[in-house]
Design a protein around this ligand. Structure first.
Ligand SMILES: Cc1ncc(COP(=O)(O)O)c(C=O)c1O
Length: 395
């Protein structure tokens, strides 16, 4: 394992085969995580597993996630995916008919839309705002808040076109008005420095297969302690109640108290396998420092955006600015769908790049390049060279 970001690609065998710019779909699995998983499976196969050690791993990962987010250990619950984390919060609020929430669906992944739409049957009004220049218009969203607003839901980095949300402004406004800021961090976690404390985030959901470079099937929910302690989980579970030091299989006295903080959202046994890789990877990321990883990834995205603009390509959002995360998108939103676009020129550029072993994706009609610590300036320059070659062909 290296501690030099410019050499991180050596820990990711896939980089020998691909110019991989698709962390927004899923991250690359590092070799050391694969090795840890093989050892874990061997233990299981040989009946050498130690359930106490499994739980120790879970608690270590909980602590590492807390550190990663600038939170406390008891503010982290485990889920399967992003949707489950958001749904746990949505279902636990004591909504009253006539309450409302604010969301900007056009730029969100459906995970951060349907859980909220489901509340309409409880009389909750969904206040939809339209994006402005590809981002949630913070002033407008704040202006829609009234005394019945309970939640503002958004993403750290939008699903499409992949811009950063101005969370500092939103967080401060929501906190001052007693509105819960609930955030989908699927696109930023592991790449950017998601600081829930500094940004006044009340709840944040993410998963481990993208920027956290791990497996599908493990997600987590951060919920601010003070908020979590007021929420009543939709499911009451053994792991969600506080029975002191009793074993997880003890029945207790039926006089239960909900576990403190976000632990009340834990259900039953965990995805111990995904936790093994998460444990190794979170330790690896912490070794570089999340701020350094963010700086590195942004350096690459800025280089890529500038280079594509210089080639005359329609980079979403134009010149790099505060909107730009580690994701660079090209083309017009909504021309086409998932993995294809109705813009023949952009489709042709996509096909040219993929024919040369560049991995990227198309979402809501735009070409999406997404970068992480295993990318290098060489990767960026290779994509720019390929795009220039494509452009010279005059497609
Ligand atoms: C912004 C965002 N939210 C959520 C998800 C996925 O949600 P889930 O983990 O619930 O399937 C994705 C996956 O692409 C995403 O990009």
């Amino acid at each position: 394992m290296t501690t030099d970001l410019t050499q991180a690609h050596r820990d990711f065998p896939a980089t020998e085969r691909w110019t991989y710019m698709d962390v927004s779909a899923r991250g690359l699995l590092p070799r050391f995580a694969r090795d840890a998983l093989v050892a874990h499976l061997d233990e299981r196969m040989n009946a050498e597993l130690d359930k106490h050690a499994y739980f120790d791993t879970i608690e270590r990962v909980r602590g590492r996630l807390a550190q990663h987010l600038h939170a406390a250990r008891d503010e982290i619950a485990f889920t399967k995916n992003v949707t489950e984390g958001l749904a746990a919060v949505a279902a636990s609020i004591d909504w009253r008919s006539g309450d409302n929430l604010i969301v900007c669906p056009e730029i969100e992944h459906p995970a951060n839309v349907y859980v909220w739409l489901n509340l309409q049957r409880r009389g909750v009004e969904i206040r939809m705002v339209a994006p402005r220049a590809g981002t949630l218009p913070v002033d407008e969203a704040i202006a829609r808040i009234d005394e019945r607003t309970r939640v503002l839901a958004c993403a750290t980095v939008s699903f499409a076109p992949g811009f950063r949300t101005d969370l500092a402004a939103l967080g401060a406004a929501c906190r001052a008005r007693g509105v819960l800021l609930v955030v989908d961090a699927a696109q930023s976690v592991g790449v950017l420095d998601d600081d829930v404390a500094a940004l006044n985030i009340d709840a944040l959901a993410a998963s481990t297969q993208k920027g956290l470079l791990g497996l599908y099937g493990m997600g987590f929910l951060y919920c601010r302690r003070e908020v979590a302690d007021r929420l009543q989980p939709a499911y009451l579970s053994r792991f969600g109640v506080d029975l002191g030091d009793a074993s997880e299989a003890d029945l207790g006295s039926f006089e239960y108290r909900l576990a403190g903080g976000a632990r009340r959202f834990d259900l039953g046994n965990y995805n111990f396998t995904a936790a093994v890789s998460a444990d190794a990877i979170l330790g690896y990321l912490a070794g570089f420092g999340q701020q350094a990883i963010e700086r590195y990834a942004l350096g690459l995205s800025h280089r890529l955006a500038r280079g594509l603009i210089a080639l005359g390509l329609p980079v979403s959002g134009g010149e790099p600015g505060p909107h730009l995360a580690h994701i660079v998108t090209v083309g017009e939103m909504s021309q086409g769908g998932h993995d294809s676009t109705s813009d023949a020129r952009m489709q042709s550029l996509h096909d040219h790049l993929t024919a040369h072993r560049v991995k990227l994706s198309i979402r809501r009609g735009v070409l999406r390049f997404s970068l992480h610590l295993y990318n290098t300036e060489r990767d960026v320059d290779r994509v720019l060279d390929l795009a220039a070659e494509w452009s010279r062909r005059g497609v």
